[in-house]
Design a protein around this ligand. Structure first.
Ligand SMILES: *[C@@H]1O[C@H](CO)[C@@H](O)[C@H](O)[C@H]1NC(C)=O
Ligand SMILES: *[C@@H]1O[C@H](CO)[C@@H](O)[C@H](O)[C@H]1NC(C)=O
Ligand SMILES: *[C@@H]1O[C@H](CO)[C@@H](O)[C@H](O)[C@H]1NC(C)=O
Ligand SMILES: *[C@@H]1O[C@H](CO)[C@@H](O)[C@H](O)[C@H]1NC(C)=O
Ligand SMILES: *[C@@H]1O[C@H](CO)[C@@H](O)[C@H](O)[C@H]1NC(C)=O
Ligand SMILES: *[C@@H]1O[C@H](CO)[C@@H](O)[C@H](O)[C@H]1NC(C)=O
Length: 413
């Protein structure tokens, strides 16, 4: 369970180890790309409350396949998209794991990961930090992770670095959703502001950030740890609690059967909080996952810039790049070591009321599709990540570049 402790995302009391499907649908298409929509088991939201869910062994396409696209969102019981100002989907994380059934039948509530081996993505953060295979948040309905043909994420095989006795591939989904109906400060609740959740600095005295710093001494004002400690965000005075609401995570996957025409991709998450140190030539990553902006009164700059350098042990051809951003981020740039621009991302802001276009929220990020073979990252190259933000008080920000690399291209390119 160490990976989850490090990411501080699991609340052990809510583990459900049942497959969780309401409905699924499969469509064949002429070019053999299949698409199916799945739903997790229903769960309940309540005004001002945080809901965390963990679903082991969720429905997922099986066999040796290549995933082309995966998108997910929160929907109500009728399948309607829920807008961010009603329920803020802080994140959904999809993890790939391998299970030894003989062992895992002895798993119990306190150790649900017993007998399961989590396979992280290709890098680059320490341990199991940012180890998801897919995942974004509600403010990313317009962010695409669709991969161009014939590039895929290959699954349904047994990776060499997974011990043989863990033989069954399965999928795990972790969700954190915040119901902001009736709250005094919807944005503050979405950003997990400690004061709105009535978390005092004393409550954090034994808590350390993902990169191991004491939150007590760092004057932590908001972020995932305050959403972890308590579960009720401040409601408006006199607000009469509306009904609870059943919701589910709807996720749609496109894939192909694997064959010699498919080209496998590596998936890297580069985190703008990563403070890399070195042991000899070996990089040691220190990703904190989240960060906050507290502008000084004397600082009237319009923008706040956060930047870091991250070495890539293994390079490759850049096939697709996008970013996980939050409201408050204006744009983000990924640079090569020589200063060349590998990708520029722009935040997409909502302009209306409907889900996916909520005014006042970021609703997605753009992406970059360079011509395959035209843009390469060298082995050992040090990349620079830069995120530009509005210079205003914001907590629980995430600035993560999602980079898909092909180590080999097909001859035809
Ligand atoms: C089940 O829980 C108990 C107590 O919480 C623990 O000691 C034990 O190791 C657990 N069993 C497994 C297989 O993890
Ligand atoms: C599962 O683990 C048990 C105990 O370590 C081992 O005996 C068994 O061979 C494993 N199962 C498989 C399929 O490797
Ligand atoms: C922190 O740890 C100490 C020592 O174990 C304990 O007495 C204290 O109650 C803990 N504080 C919190 C807020 O959990
Ligand atoms: C949620 O679903 C449960 C079980 O299907 C049902 O009993 C309950 O009435 C529903 N709650 C709401 C608020 O719709
Ligand atoms: C640095 O690397 C060496 C050789 O791999 C290892 O023995 C040592 O423990 C490492 N030091 C740290 C601080 O990680
Ligand atoms: C990001 O936004 C800032 C402020 O508007 C602007 O100066 C900069 O050129 C933008 N960068 C990119 C890559 O769009």
């Amino acid at each position: 369970m160490k990976f989850i402790c490090e990411m501080v995302i699991l609340s052990l009391s809510v583990i459900i180890i049942q497959p969780s499907i309401i409905f699924s649908r499969e469509l064949g298409s002429p070019n053999h790309i299949k698409t199916a929509t799945f739903y997790t088991k229903k769960f309940v939201l309540e005004p001002g409350k945080i809901t965390r869910k963990n679903f082991f062994d969720v429905k997922f396409p099986r066999g040796h396949i290549g995933i082309k696209n995966l998108r997910a969102e929160l929907v109500d019981e009728h399948g309607n998209s829920i807008p961010l100002y009603e329920a803020y989907l802080h994140h959904y994380f999809i993890f790939r794991y391998f299970e030894n059934i003989t062992m895992s039948q002895y798993a119990n509530k306190s150790q649900p990961a017993y007998g399961k081996y989590f396979r992280r993505n290709d890098g680059v953060c320490q341990g199991y930090v940012n180890s998801i295979s897919w995942g974004l948040g509600g403010d990313a309905r317009k962010t695409s992770v669709e991969l161009p043909d014939p590039f895929r994420v290959e699954v349904g095989t047994h990776p060499e670095n997974v011990p043989k006795e863990y033989d069954e591939e399965k999928w795990f989904i972790n969700i954190l959703a915040i119901d902001t109906r009736g709250t005094e400060d919807k944005k503050g609740c979405s950003q997990c502001r400690c004061d709105l959740y009535n978390v005092k600095s004393k409550d954090l005295e034994n808590t350390t950030s993902v990169d191991g710093k004491s939150l007590f001494s760092s004057d932590y004002k908001g972020g995932i740890f305050c959403c972890e400690k308590k579960s009720q965000c401040k409601l408006q005075k006199g607000y009469k609690k509306e009904q609870k609401r059943n919701v589910t995570l709807k996720y749609t996957i496109s894939w192909v059967e694997w064959d010699q025409h498919q080209v496998p991709l590596k998936f890297y998450i580069l985190d703008v909080t990563d403070q890399v140190t070195y042991n000899g030539s070996k990089p040691i990553h220190n990703c904190a996952v989240e960060y906050s902006i507290t502008p000084k009164k004397t600082n009237e700059e319009q923008y706040y810039i956060k930047k870091t350098n991250v070495p890539m042990e293994k390079g490759g051809n850049v096939i697709y790049t996008t970013a996980h951003i939050h409201s408050g981020i204006v744009n983000a740039t990924l640079y090569g070591e020589d200063g060349r621009i590998l990708c520029e991302i722009k935040a997409i802001s909502g302009t209306g009321k409907e889900a996916g276009n909520e005014e006042g929220y970021a609703v997605g990020a753009s992406g970059c599709y360079p011509k395959p073979g035209s843009m390469k990252i060298k082995d050992g190259e040090i990349l620079t990540i830069e995120f530009v933000h509005e210079n205003k008080y914001t907590t629980g920000l995430m600035g993560h570049f999602y980079v898909y690399l092909a180590e080999e291209l097909l001859k035809s390119f």
